[in-house]
Design a protein around this ligand. Sequence first.
Ligand SMILES: [Zn+2]
Ligand SMILES: [Zn+2]
Length: 358
Amino acid sequence: MKAAVLRELGRLDIEDVSLDGPRPDEVRLRVLASGLCHSDYHVIQGDLPIPLPAVLGHEVSAIVEDVGSDVPGLARGDRVVTCITAFCGCCRECQTGYSHRCEDRPGNPDRETGSRITKGAEAVYQLSNLGGFAEEMVVHHRAIVKISEEVPAASAALLGCGVLTGVGAVLNGAKVPPGSTVVVVGCGGVGLNVIQGARISGAARIIAVDLNESQLAMAREFGATDTVISGPDAAATIIELTGGGADFAFEVVGLEVTARLALGVVRTGGTLVLVGIGSFSTELPLPITAFTFTEKRVIGSLMGSAPFQIFMPQLVSHYQAGRLMLDELVSSTIPLAEINEGFVHMTQGGVARSVITF
Ligand SMILES: [Zn+2]
Ligand SMILES: [Zn+2]
């Protein structure tokens, strides 16, 4: 099969590779659509180091082609969406309803246990045990969820990471109550979904912040009531718009400067929600009194802060009821061969999501 392989940082090469399996607890998938996520971009750039060579891609809609002998509830022909938060079902986190935080993720087909993708004698690593920039995948059955065939393939792919992460941070992570004031710093693929999550939650005021005017135009389409260009005056503008600070501020970039901006525009007693992932080395040094004197809270949110196997079908219901904009997130569909150009477009702004279709 064809796959986009990362061998050297900076670019992907389309190669012919082999795919094994499935093992008894795995499924083989034919990929329909695969979204280009900022996290993939950070891996390509070396900000999030992984073993190489590797097949990236983790935001996938697919059709089940083959099912391992021990896999319950899935059959050939089912439409599914992948998620990086495969879960064991047995650990403390899984058993207390937080399988997105599973401490013993199954799968892990790395070099030691036997990569499912090979090229000759060479093992090719699957990012997050997925590897969605390829025509086919073999993944653990607890890394996918069956969804309605009514959702178009490219739109469905985005459910698996960007939509889940953004909307879930609001509904499940922060649990934003109706009537809240919400600031969203960073209006890329995930940020736009934080914005529509805030709209779905009934937030009274949603203030979108970005460096790029074209991203702010999209933010308004997704539900932002106000937009602010990022810059030296941004904090003062937001404080004025919110009458002293927002109930919630979401940081969706993963940089110290944007995290400081978001914390600075949270009102006394409000909540900063950290969603963005820039690199493993990004730090946020702050005086302890920034929290003791203000009772501001800081929470992190990972992959929608909920079990994806429960939350993904809820997102599909929001889409079917007209509350969740999915099709509008697909800025362009491109062939696998144009994947490098797709990532270049991502960095230029004006793009919600480019999606590879097969
Ligand atoms: Zn677990
Ligand atoms: Zn992602």
